[in-house]
Design a binder for this molecule. Structure first.
Ligand code: UDP
Length: 236
């Protein structure tokens, strides 16, 4: 398999074409961004930790019957994935109130959410990823009604699987963001799952073990990601 030109560079990952039109290479960089790209820093080892973390989670989900874009790890910073047509929406599930939910609705940080909340956001930095609903997605043609239903179903299934995985390792999966794409007509999980796109708290101390350490300038960002990886058994 041959690596060809860069197709796209996002805030933390780059995508490269290959000689197989169905496959692309995801390259995880050390760039770390927050607040729609307003705060950007290089954090040593982040690309490698997130690449290996993501590979572990994607394989775990795949084995549980969730269709994912993940094919295989190529090296420390790169993975081979399916070349999908991504849908420009972010699917967020919240098990505990934090972040934008508290800012938007004034609810207390740390409040348990039962049943969990599901929210859609439009993937658009210039507009600061506004919250949208299913009607916006359908009217503006960002995804079909069938795809919307499938994204919700898969995101909730993933919540059951990952909440248990992290709970068994002494952590609370507070919330997370997923992105899906279409591959040969099927809705498939894409992008990444890593501590960059979720909130994880230690179950005993409630210590933050995710990107909030970067957003809030708490330090020890990559050390926390490595701690999570170690607890769930990701080989780093
Ligand atoms: N999230 C993300 N990318 C985004 C927005 C949110 O990965 O562009 C994740 C975030 O890390 C958290 C969850 O989605 O785990 C919910 O984020 P929230 O809406 O609370 O926004 P934030 O407080 O991070 O701005």
């Amino acid at each position: 398999m041959e690596k060809r030109q860069e197709l796209y560079a996002g805030k933390a990952k780059s995508v490269y074409l290959t000689d197989d039109e169905d496959l692309v290479i995801l390259s995880f960089r050390d760039d770390t961004s927050a607040f729609d790209g307003e705060k950007v820093e290089q954090l040593s080892r982040k690309g490698e930790v997130n690449n290996k973390f993501n590979a572990f989670i994607m394989e775990y989900l795949q084995q549980a019957g969730i269709p994912t874009h993940f094919e295989k790890l190529l090296n420390a910073n790169e993975a081979l994935v399916k070349n999908m047509e991504m849908m420009p929406v972010e699917c967020v599930i919240r098990n505990v109130a934090a972040g934008s939910l508290c800012r938007r609705l004034g609810v207390e940080d740390g409040m348990e959410l039962n049943p969990p909340l599901f929210e859609f956001f439009l993937k658009n930095d210039a507009l600061h990823d506004p919250m949208i609903n299913e009607y916006h997605i359908e009217t503006f043609g960002w995804a079909s009604a069938e795809s919307v239903a499938k994204m919700k179903e898969l995101t909730f299934k993933i919540n059951d699987l990952l909440s248990k995985l992290f709970a068994d390792a002494g952590m609370i999966l507070v919330d997370y963001k997923l992105e899906f794409g279409l591959f040969k007509g099927e809705v498939v999980l894409g992008d990444e799952f890593s501590p960059d796109g979720c909130r994880l708290w230690d179950a005993e101390t409630r210590k933050k073990l995710d990107k909030d350490r970067f957003r809030q300038g708490l330090g020890g960002v990559i050390e926390a990601y490595e701690e999570v990886a170690k607890r769930i058994g990701v080989p780093l």
